[in-house]
Design a protein. Sequence first.
Length: 255
Amino acid sequence: MLERLQKILSARGIASRRKAEEYILAGLVKVNGVVAILGQKADPESDLVEVDGEVMKARQEMLYYVMHKPVGVVTTNIEGWKGIEGMEGLKGKLEPVPEAPALSVRDILPKNLQGKIYPVGRLDKDSEGLLLFTNDGVLAYRLTHPKFDHEKEYEVTVADAITEGQLKKIREGVRLFDEMTKPAVVRRIGPRVFSIAITEGRNRQIRRMVQKVGGEVTKLVRTRIMTLQDSELAAGKIRPLLPVEKAALLSSVGL
């Protein structure tokens, strides 16, 4: 299927679409031996694409899975992203992996997937819900780098009834780590339950936001990662993304 060269190079983890445009304009991209022009399309399955004299190699088979991480399991294996195309920009931005976790998400992965896919972002030990696993470094980068502002949604249960005033403060932003959190989409579900959609991912951010307004989180469940949702997936279970889910997720981050 014909696709724009910028999209092909981005999907293969070669460069961002903007950088791909620069490569094309500089004459560094060829299709079937002919220097490409901006706006040109090619078929990645049949056309020979070269970037700076090297034949573009298709990335390894991309795998996409979603897990419902259970409470009590830590999100480790972040180190597995080292050296994976597209993740260099996150150096120093991810939290260090605990040295001696009791049970990690890697431990509950099927044996045939261990070492092949890695968690995108993290959920703290006391939280549960959707956690994406993939070997697609470009997607992982788009979903975790702060500059992209991609949305994740959570269902929050608190110890005592939460007031409209407290929700308003959370919605508008509270001061954490000497700076204000970004405005959030907050919706009341019940006296002690609300949903919140945020585009940030600071350490234990939602728990700290609730604590800042005088509340205490007793249960925190991630219910959505951009377009990806699954209220039926049981805790501890993992499944591959459906083609329509994969397409929607990639499209939502511009891939």
